[in-house]
Design a binder for this molecule. Structure first.
Ligand SMILES: [Zn+2]
Length: 386
């Protein structure tokens, strides 16, 4: 096969060199257009149809949906094109210049997860693409690290993308079929300030927050007695009291107080039910106090993921990786894909310990095994011998 595709190292270097940070902080948020356009060209050169999907009103945030082959079944290989922000002063080298040292490839996004795409391209090099007779989709999404807007746009587009999906997030080449969900909630109590010498002059938001925290700790206890999954290192749902801000002067009644909590749900715990339970507990705790409350979800949350361990994509991944599937503590776009009728396994070459770190790298010895896994996955799902 002759292709116009760049070499593995060229492709990897160019992806790392194109900044595509996503952040809920507008100061750091960047476009991913350069990355998806590059990928679109490379996959189009291999014969894929390549569509860039706008995900919001921002024309510079895009998903790539590339497809080769037609029909039912097939395989979806997916990765996100954005990275987290990086503090260049903590890096020993330029984070946007891929560099090989000590059998590692250093660069922002090397492990999480721009490095997945040159590996996909390398896997395709050794496959006779004319034999592909089931659809092979390559998804390259945006904003995974910030709002999951890319995955959400895929869901709302209602596209039919097949049944079996692999996300190449860093799992150290181990198949993953489960992760927890994430819910972040801000609870702001509003009372009335007044002179500290006379409590009847105000409504103390800090005292109200004391009741709220007690109620939420009780709720946490209840949920933890009901929900348990031994596949997870922390086998119960957690609720972390992350920050609290309220009041000003000692001689003033605290007029408002804000608490932020982070909850990690087990798969199968619906996000909206958990949010509703938190809000109900808060409302009960301040009932009759005269306080009012404002809730803000900070980000819309991520459901937990649980793909049937007997799903074909999971068992094939287990066979090829030589490891049984398990759970991880980080979130992925998998629950969105599963909500579209896919069965998703997460399996990638990087290590999560390297993700979101200064001097992020991908070990060279992970690359060939991942190429091999992908070749066999593609052959299994997209080249039917009938
Ligand atoms: Zn990632």
């Amino acid at each position: 096969m002759t292709t116009l595709s760049p070499t593995f190292m060229e492709a990897f270097s160019r992806l790392v060199a194109a900044p595509s940070i996503s952040s809920i902080d507008p100061r750091f948020n960047q476009s991913n257009r350069e990355v998806v356009e590059m990928l679109a060209n490379w996959f189009a050169d291999l014969g894929f149809t390549a569509e860039l999907q706008e995900v919001s009103r921002d024309p510079d945030k895009l998903n790539l949906i590339a497809c080769l082959g037609q029909g039912e079944g097939g395989l979806v290989l997916s990765g996100h094109t954005d990275t987290v922000p990086c503090d260049e002063s903590l890096w020993a080298r330029d984070p946007f210049r891929l560099m090989e040292k000590d059998s590692r490839l250093y660069g922002l996004g090397s492990t999480d997860m721009k490095g997945f795409f040159p590996i996909v391209l390398a896997a395709l090099e050794n496959i006779d693409l004319t034999k592909i007779n089931r659809p092979l989709f390559i998804l390259a999404t945006c904003d995974e690290e910030s709002t999951m807007a890319g995955a959400r746009a895929l869901v709302s587009s209602g596209k039919h993308l097949g049944r079996h999906a692999l996300i190449g997030e860093p799992t150290g080449l181990k198949p993953v079929n489960m992760h927890k969900g994430i819910l972040v909630e801000s609870i702001k109590l509003i009372g009335r300030s007044g002179h500290s010498s006379n409590p009847s002059l105000g409504i103390n938001a800090l005292e109200g927050m004391h009741s709220v925290i007690t109620a939420l700790m009780t709720l946490r206890q209840e949920i933890q007695t009901q929900q348990h999954n031994p596949a997870f290192k922390v086998a119960v749902p957690t609720m972390n009291f992350a920050s609290i801000h309220g009041g000003d002067n000692p001689n003033r009644i605290c007029g408002d107080c804000e608490l932020k909590v982070d909850m990690r749900m087990l798969p199968g715990m619906p996000l909206e039910d958990c949010r509703a339970a938190i809000r109900r507990s808060v409302m009960q705790a301040i009932d009759g106090s005269g306080l009012t409350v404002e809730f803000d979800q900070i980000f819309s949350g991520l459901p937990g993921m649980q793909t049937d361990p007997n799903a074909e994509v999971v068992s094939i991944a287990e066979k090829l990786a030589g490891e049984s599937s398990g759970a991880v503590a980080f979130g992925t776009e998998g629950p969105y894909f599963n909500s579209m009728g896919m069965e998703t396994v997460v399996l990638g070459p990087g290590d999560i310990d390297q993700a979101h770190q200064a001097n992020e790298y991908l070990s060279l010895d992970r690359i060939d095994p991942m190429i091999g896994i992908l070749q066999k996955m593609i052959t299994h799902f997209c080249i039917q011998k009938d």
